[in-house]
Design a protein around this ligand. Structure first.
Ligand code: ATP
Ligand code: MG
Length: 255
């Protein structure tokens, strides 16, 4: 059965999409069958994998509204073992469109059910908010990976995120766990980055991945070429880090 992992943190710009794309691609490179679900109306995971708006036919928006089947919503990417359900900007209005729908927190979970067994991993890229889209992602997931940017305000908002995860666990999905915290944009030359890591370690009682994702220009460049980092520059520090991280994620599953 496929393992469903949400990449979530309501703080913007912490590396969620970068992690969703590159973790998915590195798992696929290791011969795992992967589906990336873009749950963000910004569509960054979709464009970051080189999928153009004009070529997108079915999306997470249509899936959420029940306007298409999950099988028809899946697109192939240019990368072996890696499929995607792309997003579109209209997804931002879905919360209002679904206002009178029953069991609205379970729509994603129910709609992906038919394909869960066709993948080893389903990775969900969440938007930077704790809204219905994020709740749907968490309800559908086995676990959550929380990327944290190594900056001064890193801990801000984490308490709220933990509260929401507790609520989801309590009311919607008792089995969900925080798989771990991933530090992103780590800069080994500054004390700040290592202070942030130490601070989070001493304040939160959760698994923290050994891999630190460095701040690396190649990681930032790759999406504009529609490529994951392991394809764009396989030997870059960023690529090696995401490959290492993918190994940790695989080992977690097999622990
Ligand atoms: P949002 O909350 O808007 O969805 P996000 O959490 O998905 O944002 P990303 O889009 O992944 O964050 O990253 C924010 C910016 O930081 C992007 O421009 C991305 O290219 C850049 N970035 C992410 N990780 C790294 C890194 N390790 N090194 C350098 N730049 C990075
Ligand atoms: Mg994003």
């Amino acid at each position: 059965m496929g393992r469903i992992i949400s990449i979530s943190n309501q703080k913007g710009g912490v590396g969620k999409t970068t992690t969703a794309i590159n973790l998915s691609a590195c798992l696929a490179e290791k011969k795992k069958k992967v589906l990336l679900i873009d749950m963000d109306p910004q569509c960054n995971a979709t464009s970051g994998l080189g999928i153009l708006k004009k070529d997108v036919k079915k999306t997470t928006y249509m899936l959420m509204l029940g306007d298409c089947s999950v099988k028809s919503a899946i697109s192939k990417t240019s990368y072996k073992n890696l499929d995607i359900i792309p997003s579109e900007n209209s997804l931002s209005g879905v919360e209002i469109e679904l206002i009178n729908t029953k069991n609205v927190q379970y729509i994603l979970k129910q709609s992906i059910q038919p394909i869960v067994d066709s993948y080893d991993y389903i990775i969900i890229d969440c938007p930077p908010s704790l809204n219905l889209l994020t709740v749907n992602a968490m309800t559908a997931s086995d676990s959550i990976i929380v990327p944290i940017q190594c900056e001064y305000y890193a801990l801000e908002g984490l308490t709220m995120l933990m509260k929401i995860i507790d609520m989801v666990q309590d009311k919607l999905n008792p089995d969900i766990v925080i798989e771990g915290i991933l530090f992103t944009m780590y800069d080994g030359r500054t004390n700040l980055s290592s202070d942030v890591v130490d601070n989070v370690k001493s304040n939160l009682n959760v698994n923290i991945y050994n891999t630190l994702i460095p701040r690396n220009i190649k990681i930032a460049e790759a999406p504009s070429y529609g490529q994951p980092i392991n394809v764009y520059d396989p030997k870059s520090k960023g690529s090696l880090a995401y490959k290492q991280f993918a190994k940790e994620v695989i080992n977690y599953r097999e622990k």
